[in-house]
Design a protein around this ligand. Structure first.
Ligand SMILES: C[S@@+](CC[C@H](N)C(=O)[O-])C[C@H]1O[C@@H](n2cnc3c(N)ncnc32)[C@H](O)[C@@H]1O
Length: 220
């Protein structure tokens, strides 16, 4: 029998403890995945004036790219539950002087926004993708037809699978729910249309996209 899934409270507490320790060095570990971040953001096809949500924005590494894509007239929302990570994102926003980037310290499961968003970026947000309550909450904040881009870590397929214990422990260093890495998108993918994904990093990563369902745009 598969193990009982961990509760959101347990996963969140583990994550908070990890990012309390990791926040100061986090940015220095993100260089190798920078091209994936750029590709994920490009796949959102953001337009000037749009509203975008940076899910679990961490230290805010994606904020300059998102802000550049939506411009002065758009809005960028970012949230994270880790005070240490979000403090770094806030410093980035203050240093840039952006008036249209709004950061919120909260769990994904409890996020509230004053408006619906046109696009959501899930960049290395494994714990959130594994939480049905978090996925529900975030998709409820999107307008019908909103773009969704997801990048993250997953298990190697095929002949590289013997390396997967290493993938597990690598993911464990950053997440409270370290397993479920065969298809980490399988809770959100059925909720989206135009779903597609492709492997990255020899199969140890993935880049995916889709759209929030828009009943008014469906063929009848
Ligand atoms: C690997 S970091 C990714 C940060 C950022 N998206 C990036 O690409 O650099 C994962 C982030 O998810 C946040 N996080 C994990 N679970 C969360 C939850 N339930 N609600 C809000 N933030 C969460 C952590 O605090 C951490 O900052």
């Amino acid at each position: 029998m598969p193990p009982e899934p961990l509760s959101d409270d347990v996963v969140r507490a583990r994550s908070l403890a990890r990012y309390c320790r990791r926040a100061a060095s986090y940015d220095s570990t993100c260089g190798p995945t920078w091209p994936i971040r750029e590709r994920a953001i490009a796949s959102l096809q953001l337009q000037p004036g749009q509203v975008v949500l940076d899910v679990a924005c961490g230290t805010g590494l994606s904020l300059p790219l998102l802000r550049a894509a939506v411009g002065e007239a758009g809005r960028v929302y970012g949230f994270d539950q880790s005070p240490q990570m979000l403090a770094r994102a806030t410093a980035r926003v203050d240093a840039a002087g952006w008036q249209n980037v709004c950061l919120i310290e909260t769990a994904a499961q409890a996020l509230k926004l004053p408006e619906a968003v046109d696009a959501l970026l899930f960049h290395y947000t494994h714990d959130i993708l594994r939480s049905p309550a978090a996925v529900d909450r975030l998709l409820a904040l999107a307008r019908p037809g909103a773009m969704v881009a997801i990048a993250g870590i997953k298990y190697f397929p095929g002949w590289l699978a013997p390396l997967n214990p290493w993938v597990y422990f690598k993911n464990r260093a950053y997440n409270g729910s370290p397993g479920e890495l065969a298809s980490p998108w399988d809770r959100i993918a059925p909720r989206l249309t135009q779903w597609q994904w492709a492997p990255t990093q020899f199969g140890m990563g993935y880049l995916a996209s889709g759209r929030v369902d828009d009943p008014s745009g469906r063929e009848r």
